[in-house]
Design a binder for this molecule. Sequence first.
Ligand code: SF4
Length: 285
Amino acid sequence: MNRQRPPKGIEWTRVKRVIDGTLVELPGYTWNPTGGCLHGCTWKMPDGSVTECYAKTVAERLASSAYSQGFEHHYWRPHALKEPLQLKEPAGIFVGSMADLFGHWVPAEQIREVMDVMEQAHWHTFQTLSKYPVRLVEFNPFPANVWVGVSLPAGHLMKLEGGARALKAYLRHMEQIEASIRFMSIEPLWFDVASVFADWLQSHERLPFEWVIIGAASSGRSIFQPKADWVQSLLDIFDAQQLPVFFKGNLKWHKWRGDFPQNASIRLQEPQLWPLQSLKTALAG
Ligand code: SF4
């Protein structure tokens, strides 16, 4: 596991939780019992350049035995499975910073082994993040100490309408996830996401997540800020919904938000599986 030390690293792994009445910042880690990813995400930047996934860049830079067959390959690392159990101090642990644990190519038995370790290591707070939410319901209910995240669809080969359609499909799948905390990572914020959430709220009482991360687009050292009205519209919706918001360090905004969900109670509901075809149809758009 890799410690995410401030000011660098993935800041939202350093979860703040109320423990015995006191707000405590937990040390943050990444943990990669699987590696590699076949989603092939790329984003078109506002200057016209196209950037690829940061994990792919890092993996190829490492060019080590850890990614001997490239990044777009599935690696299973059973030797890393017990690492969280060996860490006795409570921590926030992002599972799969170099992978999508719930990618369609990952054998279910491997995911279940990872889930078993997360459940055994109940003193940690685990965060998973996927761009394939259709598969998450297969693993309901998630252990109480696992926060289940879904990322905004990537912006490659997709027109804005396609991104909005895919996000709507993502929300329908998120609604079916049984987890104490579901979260949405809106990074990079590359289109007017707020309008999708506003549409959703026309027919639903609430958004299907309990925490939100918002970030800017980055390509190497270049950072591209989202339109201010996109951010403001999102904040208006999240504030009305009383959803905690966490800003990535690359987002410029006043006033700063770095909030975490505090009431992680198990939320169980009758599972209604959305067919895989609904997501494929949306993505094809
Ligand atoms: S899902 Fe995540 S790890 Fe996979 S290619 Fe996309 S950004 Fe990279």
